[in-house]
Design a binder for this molecule. Structure first.
Ligand SMILES: Nc1ncnc2c1ncn2[C@@H]1O[C@H](COP(=O)(O)OP(=O)(O)OP(=O)(O)O)[C@@H](O)[C@H]1O
Length: 235
């Protein structure tokens, strides 16, 4: 299987704080890779570093064979990486329709087809097309944020804790949608909800204190009580 993204020993500072101190992982095309770790381990900062929002001071990020760690955010996005931040990054005053139309980088047939498919996958977005995104439920906002990132011809989506604050039924819906999207896009997911992580992840990396400390196949982790207890505080 081909490597789409290779992250090599990145180190990131926020102000004077040395937050990421050596993060490395490989993302294979067509897979869902989950970044796991305790609160404050550095998962969000890792996604932000890949996107150029907190650029790494050291190390390499290779996407489709090109180094991207020095590129500005808009260029990284243009190359085909979509980002769904933890706070979903929506403008509450825009309607669902306006949000999706504004997000479209192209108005071509392929984009229109992706929009159509998103509306089938998330029928609520069609129902609430004219509603401002600020009045949607947490789950509906998450669907809108995912649809917005999926609309464009992205090869890789970075999704930060999509289950956060959602009721179990909505978590199921998000799991279902990410499974459906798997055929057409590669996903890096930050997820604290182990049920969700293990339901859709193919592979995992554990981040602890700003370093990648463990990795493997998700099916193996499900039964590895020692690692779950040591790094995730669960068993
Ligand atoms: N703007 C900032 N200024 C100072 N420290 C920060 C800032 N943003 C993040 N940090 C620190 O960086 C560390 C990593 O944070 P990060 O949000 O990446 O962790 P995380 O693994 O995503 O955790 P969570 O699941 O709680 O979001 C934490 O110790 C956090 O306090």
């Amino acid at each position: 299987m081909t490597t789409l993204l290779s992250v090599q020993q990145i180190e990131t500072y926020i102000g004077q704080y040395h937050i990421l101190q050596g993060i490395s992982f490989e993302i294979r095309k067509g897979e869902v890779t989950v970044l796991l770790g305790r609160n404050g381990a550095g998962k969000t900062t890792t996604l932000r570093s890949l996107m150029g929002l907190t650029p790494p001071a050291k190390g390499k990020v290779v996407f489709n064979g090109d180094e991207i760690q020095r590129l500005p955010v808009h260029e990284i996005a243009r190359r085909g990486i979509g980002y769904v931040p933890e706070d979903q990054g929506l403008f509450s005053g825009l309607t669902v329709g306006e949000t999706l139309q504004l997000a479209m980088q192209k108005k071509d047939e392929a984009t229109r087809q992706r929009l159509e498919w998103m509306l089938q996958l998330f029928p609520d977005l069609k129902t609430y097309w004219k509603k401002q995104s600020g009045v949607l439920s947490g789950g509906q906002k998450q669907m809108l944020a995912i649809a917005k990132a999926y609309l464009n011809d992205n090869q890789l989506l970075l999704i930060d804790e999509p289950s956060k604050g959602l009721a179990p039924i909505m978590v199921e819906k998000v799991i279902h949608s990410l499974r459906e999207m798997k055929d057409s896009v590669t996903v890096v997911l930050v997820e604290q909800n182990f049920m969700m992580a293990s339901a859709i992840g193919d592979r995992y990396y554990i981040i602890d204190d700003g370093r990648t400390v463990h990795s493997g196949i998700m099916n193996d982790l499900k039964h590895n009580e020692q690692i779950k207890r040591k790094y995730l505080g669960i068993a």
